[in-house]
Design a protein around this ligand. Structure first.
Ligand code: UD1
Length: 419
Protein backbone atom coordinates (compact mmCIF):
# COMPACT_ATOMS: atom_id res chain seq x y z
CA UNK A 1 0.00 0.00 0.00
CA UNK A 2 1.50 3.33 -1.03
CA UNK A 3 1.21 6.73 0.57
CA UNK A 4 2.31 10.15 -0.61
CA UNK A 5 4.13 12.39 1.82
CA UNK A 6 3.94 16.07 0.88
CA UNK A 7 5.71 18.96 2.60
CA UNK A 8 3.86 22.04 1.44
CA UNK A 9 4.58 25.72 0.90
CA UNK A 10 6.89 25.25 -2.10
CA UNK A 11 5.99 27.44 -5.08
CA UNK A 12 5.77 25.28 -8.21
CA UNK A 13 7.72 26.48 -11.22
CA UNK A 14 8.83 25.27 -14.64
CA UNK A 15 7.02 23.13 -17.17
CA UNK A 16 5.04 19.90 -17.07
CA UNK A 17 4.07 17.72 -20.02
CA UNK A 18 0.56 16.35 -19.97
CA UNK A 19 -0.09 12.69 -20.82
CA UNK A 20 -2.74 11.26 -23.11
CA UNK A 21 -6.35 11.48 -21.96
CA UNK A 22 -7.43 8.68 -19.63
CA UNK A 23 -11.08 8.90 -20.60
CA UNK A 24 -10.27 8.81 -24.31
CA UNK A 25 -7.80 5.93 -23.90
CA UNK A 26 -10.26 3.74 -22.00
CA UNK A 27 -12.75 4.07 -24.88
CA UNK A 28 -10.32 3.91 -27.81
CA UNK A 29 -8.73 0.64 -26.58
CA UNK A 30 -12.05 -1.28 -26.50
CA UNK A 31 -13.02 0.36 -29.83
CA UNK A 32 -9.89 -1.15 -31.41
CA UNK A 33 -11.29 -4.67 -31.06
CA UNK A 34 -14.10 -3.76 -33.46
CA UNK A 35 -11.71 -4.35 -36.38
CA UNK A 36 -10.75 -7.86 -37.44
CA UNK A 37 -7.29 -6.37 -37.81
CA UNK A 38 -4.40 -4.62 -36.04
CA UNK A 39 -4.67 -1.15 -34.46
CA UNK A 40 -1.86 0.86 -32.91
CA UNK A 41 -2.73 3.50 -30.34
CA UNK A 42 -0.13 5.85 -28.95
CA UNK A 43 0.13 8.70 -26.45
CA UNK A 44 -1.68 6.38 -24.02
CA UNK A 45 -1.23 7.45 -20.41
CA UNK A 46 0.78 4.96 -18.36
CA UNK A 47 -1.88 4.50 -15.67
CA UNK A 48 -3.62 1.62 -13.89
CA UNK A 49 -6.88 1.87 -15.88
CA UNK A 50 -5.01 1.36 -19.17
CA UNK A 51 -2.98 -1.54 -17.71
CA UNK A 52 -6.25 -3.08 -16.54
CA UNK A 53 -7.68 -2.94 -20.07
CA UNK A 54 -4.44 -4.39 -21.45
CA UNK A 55 -4.78 -7.40 -19.12
CA UNK A 56 -8.49 -7.75 -19.89
CA UNK A 57 -7.99 -7.70 -23.67
CA UNK A 58 -5.26 -10.34 -23.45
CA UNK A 59 -7.55 -12.53 -21.36
CA UNK A 60 -10.20 -12.13 -24.07
CA UNK A 61 -7.80 -13.59 -26.63
CA UNK A 62 -6.90 -10.24 -28.22
CA UNK A 63 -3.15 -9.96 -28.76
CA UNK A 64 -2.40 -6.75 -26.96
CA UNK A 65 1.29 -5.82 -26.79
CA UNK A 66 3.11 -2.74 -25.45
CA UNK A 67 5.41 -1.40 -28.19
CA UNK A 68 6.63 1.14 -25.64
CA UNK A 69 5.28 2.60 -22.39
CA UNK A 70 2.68 4.69 -24.22
CA UNK A 71 1.90 2.60 -27.31
CA UNK A 72 -0.26 -0.49 -27.62
CA UNK A 73 -0.54 -2.81 -30.59
CA UNK A 74 -3.99 -4.39 -30.48
CA UNK A 75 -4.46 -7.39 -32.78
CA UNK A 76 -8.07 -8.63 -32.76
CA UNK A 77 -7.76 -10.79 -35.87
CA UNK A 78 -7.83 -14.09 -33.96
CA UNK A 79 -10.86 -15.40 -32.06
CA UNK A 80 -12.12 -12.99 -29.40
CA UNK A 81 -13.91 -14.15 -26.24
CA UNK A 82 -17.15 -12.15 -25.93
CA UNK A 83 -17.70 -13.19 -22.30
CA UNK A 84 -15.77 -10.87 -20.02
CA UNK A 85 -16.33 -11.57 -16.36
CA UNK A 86 -12.74 -11.46 -15.05
CA UNK A 87 -11.94 -9.60 -11.86
CA UNK A 88 -10.03 -6.89 -13.76
CA UNK A 89 -13.08 -5.47 -15.52
CA UNK A 90 -14.98 -5.08 -12.28
CA UNK A 91 -12.31 -2.62 -11.08
CA UNK A 92 -12.96 0.00 -13.70
CA UNK A 93 -15.91 2.04 -14.83
CA UNK A 94 -14.95 2.14 -18.49
CA UNK A 95 -15.23 -1.63 -18.90
CA UNK A 96 -18.75 -0.79 -20.12
CA UNK A 97 -17.24 0.17 -23.49
CA UNK A 98 -16.55 -3.53 -24.08
CA UNK A 99 -20.33 -3.96 -24.32
CA UNK A 100 -20.69 -1.52 -27.23
CA UNK A 101 -17.55 -2.73 -29.00
CA UNK A 102 -18.39 -6.47 -28.77
CA UNK A 103 -22.01 -5.86 -29.70
CA UNK A 104 -20.94 -3.90 -32.79
CA UNK A 105 -18.65 -6.61 -34.15
CA UNK A 106 -20.02 -9.90 -32.78
CA UNK A 107 -23.66 -8.92 -32.06
CA UNK A 108 -23.26 -10.38 -28.59
CA UNK A 109 -21.54 -9.53 -25.31
CA UNK A 110 -21.51 -10.76 -21.73
CA UNK A 111 -19.65 -8.31 -19.52
CA UNK A 112 -19.46 -7.88 -15.72
CA UNK A 113 -21.02 -4.65 -14.44
CA UNK A 114 -18.52 -1.81 -14.23
CA UNK A 115 -16.74 -0.68 -11.07
CA UNK A 116 -14.68 2.53 -10.83
CA UNK A 117 -14.87 5.48 -8.47
CA UNK A 118 -17.67 5.33 -5.96
CA UNK A 119 -19.39 8.70 -5.94
CA UNK A 120 -23.04 7.76 -5.93
CA UNK A 121 -25.24 5.63 -8.10
CA UNK A 122 -23.64 5.22 -11.49
CA UNK A 123 -26.37 3.65 -13.61
CA UNK A 124 -25.89 2.40 -17.17
CA UNK A 125 -29.60 2.40 -18.06
CA UNK A 126 -29.08 4.88 -20.92
CA UNK A 127 -26.39 2.67 -22.48
CA UNK A 128 -28.74 -0.34 -22.33
CA UNK A 129 -31.71 1.69 -23.61
CA UNK A 130 -29.60 2.73 -26.60
CA UNK A 131 -28.56 -0.88 -27.36
CA UNK A 132 -32.21 -1.95 -27.19
CA UNK A 133 -33.19 0.87 -29.57
CA UNK A 134 -30.66 -0.60 -32.05
CA UNK A 135 -32.48 -3.95 -31.85
CA UNK A 136 -30.46 -5.79 -29.19
CA UNK A 137 -31.93 -7.91 -26.40
CA UNK A 138 -30.44 -6.94 -23.07
CA UNK A 139 -30.66 -8.91 -19.82
CA UNK A 140 -28.95 -8.13 -16.55
CA UNK A 141 -28.23 -11.40 -14.74
CA UNK A 142 -26.93 -10.52 -11.30
CA UNK A 143 -23.67 -8.68 -11.93
CA UNK A 144 -23.46 -9.63 -15.61
CA UNK A 145 -24.90 -7.71 -18.56
CA UNK A 146 -25.87 -10.07 -21.41
CA UNK A 147 -26.61 -8.64 -24.84
CA UNK A 148 -27.58 -10.42 -28.04
CA UNK A 149 -28.79 -9.22 -31.41
CA UNK A 150 -29.68 -10.99 -34.65
CA UNK A 151 -28.64 -7.76 -36.29
CA UNK A 152 -28.39 -4.14 -35.27
CA UNK A 153 -30.51 -1.56 -37.06
CA UNK A 154 -29.90 2.21 -37.02
CA UNK A 155 -32.41 4.27 -34.99
CA UNK A 156 -33.13 7.78 -33.75
CA UNK A 157 -32.02 7.88 -30.10
CA UNK A 158 -32.73 10.77 -27.74
CA UNK A 159 -30.61 10.77 -24.59
CA UNK A 160 -32.78 11.61 -21.54
CA UNK A 161 -29.68 12.76 -19.66
CA UNK A 162 -26.45 13.99 -21.20
CA UNK A 163 -24.13 11.03 -20.65
CA UNK A 164 -20.55 10.73 -21.86
CA UNK A 165 -20.39 6.96 -21.48
CA UNK A 166 -23.79 6.27 -23.07
CA UNK A 167 -23.02 8.58 -26.02
CA UNK A 168 -19.75 6.75 -26.73
CA UNK A 169 -21.19 3.28 -26.16
CA UNK A 170 -24.17 3.84 -28.48
CA UNK A 171 -21.81 5.38 -31.05
CA UNK A 172 -19.66 2.21 -30.90
CA UNK A 173 -22.61 -0.13 -31.41
CA UNK A 174 -24.26 2.02 -34.11
CA UNK A 175 -21.02 2.17 -36.14
CA UNK A 176 -21.67 -1.38 -37.36
CA UNK A 177 -25.50 -1.28 -37.43
CA UNK A 178 -27.50 -1.33 -40.66
CA UNK A 179 -28.61 2.14 -41.74
CA UNK A 180 -28.47 5.48 -39.99
CA UNK A 181 -28.42 6.23 -36.26
CA UNK A 182 -28.92 9.70 -34.85
CA UNK A 183 -27.99 10.41 -31.22
CA UNK A 184 -29.71 13.56 -29.97
CA UNK A 185 -28.81 15.41 -26.78
CA UNK A 186 -25.40 13.74 -27.08
CA UNK A 187 -22.54 14.64 -24.73
CA UNK A 188 -19.85 16.85 -26.32
CA UNK A 189 -16.72 16.07 -24.28
CA UNK A 190 -13.38 16.17 -26.15
CA UNK A 191 -12.91 12.43 -25.77
CA UNK A 192 -16.17 11.78 -27.63
CA UNK A 193 -14.63 13.56 -30.62
CA UNK A 194 -11.43 11.56 -30.11
CA UNK A 195 -13.24 8.20 -30.19
CA UNK A 196 -15.26 9.28 -33.27
CA UNK A 197 -12.04 10.33 -35.04
CA UNK A 198 -10.47 6.96 -34.27
CA UNK A 199 -13.53 5.05 -35.50
CA UNK A 200 -13.61 7.16 -38.69
CA UNK A 201 -9.94 6.29 -39.28
CA UNK A 202 -11.01 2.64 -39.00
CA UNK A 203 -13.61 3.19 -41.74
CA UNK A 204 -16.65 4.31 -39.72
CA UNK A 205 -18.94 7.10 -40.96
CA UNK A 206 -19.62 9.36 -37.99
CA UNK A 207 -20.48 13.04 -38.24
CA UNK A 208 -21.28 15.66 -35.63
CA UNK A 209 -19.22 14.33 -32.70
CA UNK A 210 -18.58 17.30 -30.42
CA UNK A 211 -22.08 18.69 -31.09
CA UNK A 212 -25.30 17.51 -29.47
CA UNK A 213 -26.44 15.62 -32.57
CA UNK A 214 -24.27 12.75 -33.82
CA UNK A 215 -25.14 10.99 -37.07
CA UNK A 216 -23.73 7.53 -37.73
CA UNK A 217 -24.07 5.71 -41.05
CA UNK A 218 -23.49 2.04 -40.28
CA UNK A 219 -20.70 0.12 -42.06
CA UNK A 220 -20.17 -3.66 -42.27
CA UNK A 221 -16.49 -3.83 -41.41
CA UNK A 222 -13.80 -1.71 -39.82
CA UNK A 223 -10.10 -1.97 -40.60
CA UNK A 224 -6.97 -1.35 -38.53
CA UNK A 225 -5.66 2.15 -37.89
CA UNK A 226 -2.89 4.01 -36.08
CA UNK A 227 -4.10 6.66 -33.68
CA UNK A 228 -2.69 9.22 -31.25
CA UNK A 229 -4.82 9.95 -28.17
CA UNK A 230 -5.57 13.61 -27.28
CA UNK A 231 -4.00 15.22 -24.19
CA UNK A 232 -5.76 14.81 -20.85
CA UNK A 233 -7.94 17.82 -20.06
CA UNK A 234 -8.33 16.80 -16.41
CA UNK A 235 -4.64 16.09 -15.77
CA UNK A 236 -3.85 19.48 -17.35
CA UNK A 237 -6.44 21.17 -15.13
CA UNK A 238 -5.04 19.45 -12.06
CA UNK A 239 -1.54 20.89 -12.70
CA UNK A 240 -2.98 24.33 -13.51
CA UNK A 241 -4.81 24.44 -10.18
CA UNK A 242 -1.77 23.05 -8.35
CA UNK A 243 0.43 25.78 -9.81
CA UNK A 244 -2.13 28.38 -8.74
CA UNK A 245 -2.56 27.22 -5.15
CA UNK A 246 1.20 27.37 -4.50
CA UNK A 247 1.45 30.91 -5.88
CA UNK A 248 3.75 29.52 -8.55
CA UNK A 249 4.32 29.96 -12.27
CA UNK A 250 4.01 26.82 -14.39
CA UNK A 251 3.66 26.09 -18.09
CA UNK A 252 1.40 23.15 -18.80
CA UNK A 253 2.56 21.71 -22.13
CA UNK A 254 1.09 19.37 -24.75
CA UNK A 255 -2.51 20.42 -24.21
CA UNK A 256 -5.43 21.77 -26.23
CA UNK A 257 -6.09 25.18 -24.58
CA UNK A 258 -9.67 25.26 -25.90
CA UNK A 259 -10.48 22.23 -23.70
CA UNK A 260 -9.37 24.27 -20.69
CA UNK A 261 -11.56 27.36 -21.28
CA UNK A 262 -14.01 26.82 -18.40
CA UNK A 263 -11.14 26.37 -15.94
CA UNK A 264 -9.04 29.22 -17.38
CA UNK A 265 -12.05 31.56 -17.02
CA UNK A 266 -12.52 30.61 -13.36
CA UNK A 267 -8.81 30.90 -12.53
CA UNK A 268 -8.85 34.36 -14.12
CA UNK A 269 -11.87 35.32 -11.97
CA UNK A 270 -10.00 34.13 -8.89
CA UNK A 271 -7.17 36.51 -9.81
CA UNK A 272 -4.62 34.27 -11.51
CA UNK A 273 -2.91 35.21 -14.78
CA UNK A 274 -3.43 32.82 -17.68
CA UNK A 275 -1.38 32.97 -20.87
CA UNK A 276 -2.46 30.66 -23.70
CA UNK A 277 -0.32 29.42 -26.59
CA UNK A 278 -1.14 26.94 -29.35
CA UNK A 279 -0.48 23.88 -27.21
CA UNK A 280 0.35 25.25 -23.76
CA UNK A 281 -1.01 27.42 -20.98
CA UNK A 282 1.11 29.30 -18.48
CA UNK A 283 -0.47 29.83 -15.09
CA UNK A 284 1.06 32.70 -13.16
CA UNK A 285 -0.07 33.06 -9.56
CA UNK A 286 3.08 34.75 -8.19
CA UNK A 287 2.14 37.48 -5.68
CA UNK A 288 -1.55 37.31 -6.65
CA UNK A 289 -4.47 37.65 -4.21
CA UNK A 290 -7.08 34.93 -4.60
CA UNK A 291 -10.76 35.98 -4.58
CA UNK A 292 -13.72 33.68 -3.89
CA UNK A 293 -16.00 32.75 -6.77
CA UNK A 294 -18.98 30.58 -7.73
CA UNK A 295 -18.61 27.46 -9.84
CA UNK A 296 -21.21 25.02 -11.18
CA UNK A 297 -20.14 21.74 -12.74
CA UNK A 298 -21.79 20.88 -16.03
CA UNK A 299 -21.31 18.72 -19.10
CA UNK A 300 -18.69 20.04 -21.58
CA UNK A 301 -18.12 22.88 -22.38
CA UNK A 302 -19.18 23.61 -18.80
CA UNK A 303 -16.86 23.30 -15.81
CA UNK A 304 -15.93 19.58 -15.54
CA UNK A 305 -17.10 17.62 -12.53
CA UNK A 306 -13.73 15.84 -12.68
CA UNK A 307 -12.04 19.12 -11.66
CA UNK A 308 -14.54 19.88 -8.89
CA UNK A 309 -12.54 18.43 -5.95
CA UNK A 310 -9.31 20.06 -7.17
CA UNK A 311 -10.88 23.52 -7.51
CA UNK A 312 -12.50 23.09 -4.07
CA UNK A 313 -8.98 22.76 -2.64
CA UNK A 314 -8.03 26.09 -4.24
CA UNK A 315 -11.28 27.82 -3.21
CA UNK A 316 -10.62 26.80 0.38
CA UNK A 317 -7.83 29.43 0.53
CA UNK A 318 -9.53 32.11 -1.61
CA UNK A 319 -10.57 35.27 0.26
CA UNK A 320 -14.33 35.32 0.88
CA UNK A 321 -17.08 32.75 0.47
CA UNK A 322 -17.23 30.56 -2.63
CA UNK A 323 -20.23 28.52 -3.77
CA UNK A 324 -19.54 25.25 -5.55
CA UNK A 325 -22.47 23.38 -7.12
CA UNK A 326 -22.13 19.77 -8.27
CA UNK A 327 -24.63 18.98 -10.99
CA UNK A 328 -23.35 15.64 -12.29
CA UNK A 329 -22.57 13.24 -9.42
CA UNK A 330 -24.77 13.30 -6.33
CA UNK A 331 -22.12 12.02 -3.89
CA UNK A 332 -19.03 13.78 -5.09
CA UNK A 333 -18.43 15.58 -1.81
CA UNK A 334 -17.10 12.60 0.15
CA UNK A 335 -13.63 14.13 0.08
CA UNK A 336 -14.77 17.30 1.88
CA UNK A 337 -14.22 15.72 5.30
CA UNK A 338 -10.62 15.07 4.25
CA UNK A 339 -10.14 18.69 3.17
CA UNK A 340 -11.55 19.77 6.52
CA UNK A 341 -8.81 17.75 8.26
CA UNK A 342 -6.40 20.16 6.58
CA UNK A 343 -8.30 23.11 8.01
CA UNK A 344 -10.69 23.95 5.16
CA UNK A 345 -14.02 25.51 6.22
CA UNK A 346 -16.70 23.92 4.10
CA UNK A 347 -20.40 23.24 4.62
CA UNK A 348 -22.30 21.01 2.25
CA UNK A 349 -26.01 21.54 1.64
CA UNK A 350 -27.24 19.04 -0.94
CA UNK A 351 -25.44 19.72 -4.19
CA UNK A 352 -23.87 22.96 -2.94
CA UNK A 353 -20.62 23.31 -1.01
CA UNK A 354 -20.19 26.66 0.73
CA UNK A 355 -16.49 27.31 1.11
CA UNK A 356 -15.26 30.01 3.45
CA UNK A 357 -11.70 30.83 2.52
CA UNK A 358 -9.08 30.35 5.28
CA UNK A 359 -5.66 32.00 5.39
CA UNK A 360 -3.81 28.70 5.19
CA UNK A 361 -4.23 24.94 5.34
CA UNK A 362 -2.26 22.78 7.76
CA UNK A 363 -0.76 19.34 7.07
CA UNK A 364 -2.55 16.21 8.38
CA UNK A 365 -3.20 12.56 7.51
CA UNK A 366 -5.84 12.32 4.77
CA UNK A 367 -7.11 9.72 2.35
CA UNK A 368 -7.80 9.78 -1.37
CA UNK A 369 -11.48 8.79 -1.34
CA UNK A 370 -11.46 8.49 -5.15
CA UNK A 371 -9.29 9.43 -8.13
CA UNK A 372 -9.98 13.17 -8.40
CA UNK A 373 -10.42 13.51 -4.64
CA UNK A 374 -6.87 12.16 -4.40
CA UNK A 375 -5.68 14.88 -6.79
CA UNK A 376 -7.42 17.45 -4.60
CA UNK A 377 -5.54 16.13 -1.55
CA UNK A 378 -2.21 16.62 -3.35
CA UNK A 379 -3.20 20.16 -4.35
CA UNK A 380 -4.30 21.06 -0.82
CA UNK A 381 -1.16 19.45 0.65
CA UNK A 382 1.08 21.49 -1.67
CA UNK A 383 -0.21 24.71 -0.12
CA UNK A 384 -0.49 23.46 3.48
CA UNK A 385 2.06 24.24 6.15
CA UNK A 386 3.86 21.19 7.55
CA UNK A 387 3.56 17.62 6.35
CA UNK A 388 0.54 15.89 4.79
CA UNK A 389 0.35 12.13 4.36
CA UNK A 390 -2.09 10.92 1.71
CA UNK A 391 -3.37 7.34 1.94
CA UNK A 392 -5.15 5.19 -0.69
CA UNK A 393 -2.81 6.38 -3.46
CA UNK A 394 -4.05 3.47 -5.59
CA UNK A 395 -6.97 5.68 -6.63
CA UNK A 396 -4.63 8.41 -7.87
CA UNK A 397 -2.58 5.83 -9.81
CA UNK A 398 -5.72 4.86 -11.75
CA UNK A 399 -5.61 8.15 -13.61
CA UNK A 400 -2.36 10.10 -13.11
CA UNK A 401 0.90 9.05 -14.74
CA UNK A 402 3.99 9.32 -12.51
CA UNK A 403 2.26 11.85 -10.33
CA UNK A 404 5.02 12.33 -7.75
CA UNK A 405 7.72 12.56 -10.44
CA UNK A 406 5.85 15.26 -12.35
CA UNK A 407 5.20 17.29 -9.19
CA UNK A 408 8.79 16.85 -7.95
CA UNK A 409 10.09 18.15 -11.28
CA UNK A 410 8.07 21.32 -10.65
CA UNK A 411 9.76 21.77 -7.26
CA UNK A 412 7.21 20.08 -4.99
CA UNK A 413 8.44 18.17 -1.96
CA UNK A 414 6.50 14.94 -2.52
CA UNK A 415 7.54 11.35 -1.93
CA UNK A 416 5.94 7.96 -2.33
CA UNK A 417 6.38 5.57 0.56
CA UNK A 418 5.26 1.94 0.75
CA UNK A 419 3.70 0.75 3.98
C1 UD1 B 1 -17.54 9.95 -17.57
C2 UD1 B 1 -16.13 10.00 -17.07
C3 UD1 B 1 -16.11 10.51 -15.63
C4 UD1 B 1 -16.85 11.84 -15.54
C5 UD1 B 1 -18.22 11.76 -16.17
C6 UD1 B 1 -18.91 13.12 -16.27
C7 UD1 B 1 -15.13 8.18 -18.30
C8 UD1 B 1 -14.54 6.81 -18.25
N1 UD1 B 1 -15.57 8.67 -17.13
O1 UD1 B 1 -18.23 9.03 -16.73
O2 UD1 B 1 -14.76 10.66 -15.24
O3 UD1 B 1 -17.00 12.21 -14.18
O4 UD1 B 1 -18.13 11.24 -17.50
O5 UD1 B 1 -18.14 14.01 -17.01
O6 UD1 B 1 -15.16 8.82 -19.32
N2 UD1 B 1 -26.42 8.62 -16.08
C9 UD1 B 1 -27.63 7.98 -16.03
N3 UD1 B 1 -27.78 6.82 -16.75
C10 UD1 B 1 -26.78 6.29 -17.51
C11 UD1 B 1 -25.53 6.97 -17.56
C12 UD1 B 1 -25.39 8.14 -16.83
O7 UD1 B 1 -28.55 8.41 -15.34
O8 UD1 B 1 -26.97 5.26 -18.14
C13 UD1 B 1 -26.22 9.87 -15.30
C14 UD1 B 1 -25.17 9.68 -14.19
O9 UD1 B 1 -25.76 9.19 -13.01
C15 UD1 B 1 -24.63 11.08 -14.04
C16 UD1 B 1 -24.75 11.67 -15.45
O10 UD1 B 1 -25.65 10.84 -16.15
O11 UD1 B 1 -25.41 11.83 -13.17
C17 UD1 B 1 -23.47 11.77 -16.24
O12 UD1 B 1 -22.84 10.51 -16.27
P1 UD1 B 1 -21.92 10.05 -17.50
O13 UD1 B 1 -21.63 11.24 -18.36
O14 UD1 B 1 -22.53 8.87 -18.12
O15 UD1 B 1 -20.60 9.61 -16.77
P2 UD1 B 1 -19.62 8.45 -17.19
O16 UD1 B 1 -19.62 8.30 -18.67
O17 UD1 B 1 -19.86 7.24 -16.37
Amino acid sequence: MDRLVVRGKKKLSGGVTISGAKNAAVAVIPAAIMANDVCITDNLPCIEDVKCLYTTLNKMGVECTYLDKHTLKIDSSKSVNTTVTFDEVRKMRASYYLLGALLARFKRAKVAMPGGCNFGTRPIDLHLKGFRALGAEVEVEGEIVCINAQKLKGAGIYMDTVSVGATINIMLAATMAEGVTTIENAAKEPHIVDVANFLNMMGAKIKGAGTDVIKIIGVEHLHGAEYTIIPDQIEAGTYMIAAAITGGRVTVNNIIPKHMESLSAKLTEIGILIDEGDDFITVDAVDRDFKATSIRTMAYPGFPTDLQPQIAALLSICKGTSMLTENVWEKRYQYIDELKRLGAKITVEGRVAIIEGVRELTGAFVEATDLRAGAAMIIAALSASGETVIGEVKYIDRGYEEVEKKFSALGADIQRVSV
